[in-house]
Ligand binder design. Structure first.
Ligand SMILES: Nc1ncnc2c1ncn2[C@@H]1O[C@H](COP(=O)(O)OS(=O)(=O)O)[C@@H](OP(=O)(O)O)[C@H]1O
Ligand SMILES: [Mg+2]
Ligand SMILES: [Mg+2]
Ligand SMILES: [Mg+2]
Length: 408
């Protein structure tokens, strides 16, 4: 007897085969996908540069490294200050540079090189004067070689201690990129406001990442700014206190992801809080944040702008990018830097980190004509004049007053 059921028929066998082959195909695809994903995540851990592809990029790794590097450099600048480590040289433009500037630049470049070896760096300082002055070089090495973060793991992420005095000088010189419109370029000001640093006043360790001419990440350490956002500060009052827990802030920002701050001394990533500019309903109630050096900003013109806007509150006077930091957290509202010398070109390291911090805190940063700062032109902001920063809603009014005063 021929007993033939449907399942045994050639047709149904071929149906089974089709189902089976689809199952095998699907499983293989799922397996391949999961292997690919695992390999990718392993690769991005081992090679941070793998995550640099725009499609998978949110700059979290860059922000993390920038924060740690700035935090470690602030340990050095504070040590230099409290040990009263002497050694200040005058640069060609007569501006001072200290052991703190050189040491901080070495430590930060080492951290960038370790984590992002293909990136370029535009750093303010260079080591030629140290190669002539062996005593100064030795003094920097004496202080820099022992600087480390409390957390050994984090310190390892930054590359551990500097290898030797000679390589420290080579590392400092790696901040020699010409900058420009293409690629990943870090703008580094190891001590901004060196004069403030020497006075025991405000200064800032500043690091910004520029990608294809646009600032994406910024980190700023301000060892002498009060932790309390609402504390009164002024450049005339010295604020350096050894081991202070009331002073010292680390600010950071990533494009599109907001601005944050946390205490510099004890802070961990988890202690970061979002910061934002103060809403100002009436511009007459705004407070200016201005520089200290009369040679850097036309203070008479600043006063005329204030008066035109009906602003009567005294300006907060601070050295360095602490001005950007202050308005970003609502301790002041408007940063004015009106040009004194016609031919002075602002340096990108004096503004990159501050620019993104203020923009991510709800502000606008432009030059005196109302144009965005252009970080794609090399080591300087060659196509901008001066800086004006304020909450977005006020910027047009402020620029209007600036144009009137400067007769633009
Ligand atoms: N003529 C002129 N105009 C504008 N800016 C100048 C000028 N000369 C120098 N610099 C740069 O100013 C940086 C310090 O800026 P500050 O904001 O701290 O200056 S101030 O508060 O106005 O005194 C300072 O940065 P650091 O050298 O890092 O301290 C200089 O890069
Ligand atoms: Mg300088
Ligand atoms: Mg500077
Ligand atoms: Mg500097």
């Amino acid at each position: 007897m021929i007993s033939s059921t449907k399942t045994d028929s050639p047709r149904s066998r071929s149906n089974w085969l089709r189902v089976l082959s689809r199952f095998v195909l699907c499983s293989t695809l799922i397996l391949a996908l999961s292997v690919a994903l695992k390999t990718r995540s392993r690769l991005s851990l081992l090679l941070p540069s793998f995550s640099h592809h725009p499609a998978v990029m949110s700059y979290q790794q860059e922000r993390y490294i920038a924060e740690l590097a700035v935090q470690r450099a602030c340990l050095l600048t504070q040590k230099v200050f409290f040990e009263k480590a002497k050694g200040t040289v005058s640069k060609d433009d007569k501006s001072p540079v200290t052991i703190g500037d050189f040491g901080a630049q070495a430590l930060i470049i080492q951290a960038i090189r370790k984590n992002f070896p293909n990136d370029e760096i535009v750093g303010e300082e260079e080591a030629s004067s140290l190669r002539q002055d062996k005593d100064l070089s030795a003094e920097i090495w004496r202080i820099a070689k022992d600087i480390k973060l409390d957390d050994a793991e984090s310190d390892k992420v930054l590359g551990g201690p500097l290898p030797s005095e000679e390589s420290m000088l080579d590392i400092i010189d790696q901040g020699n990129s010409a900058g420009g419109p293409k690629g990943r370029i870090w703008a580094l000001d190891p001590i901004d406001g060196t004069k403030g640093f020497l006075r025991g006043g405000q200064y800032a360790v500043c690091l910004g990442l520029i990608v294809d001419g646009d600032v994406k990440v910024g980190a700023i350490g301000t060892p002498n700014l009060p932790v309390d956002d609402n504390a009164t500060i002024d450049a005339s009052t010295g604020t350096q206190q050894e081991g202070s827990s009331t002073n010292g802030i680390l600010f950071s920002a990533v494009l599109g992801e907001g601005a944050t701050s946390r205490p510099l001394s004890t802070g961990t990533l988890a202690q970061s809080k979002p910061i934002s500019m103060r809403p100002v309903a009436n511009i007459a109630d705004a407070v200016f944040c201005e520089g200290v050096e009369a040679a850097h900003s036309a203070q008479g013109d600043n006063a005329a702008v204030a008066s035109l806007l009906g602003i009567t509150a005294p300006s907060v006077r601070l050295d360095s990018q602490a001005k950007y930091c202050s308005i970003a957290r609502g301790a002041g509202d408007i940063y004015l830097r009106l040009p004194v010398k016609k031919d002075y070109q602002e340096k990108i390291w004096d503004h990159a980190a501050g620019d993104i911090l203020v923009r991510e805190a709800g502000g606008q940063v432009t030059d005196i004509y109302g144009n965005r700062l252009d970080f794609s032109k090399g080591r300087t902001l060659a196509v901008n004049k001066g800086v004006v920063a304020s909450p977005k809603a006020l910027q047009d009014q402020v620029i209007g007053a600036v144009k009137t005063v400067l007769k633009l």
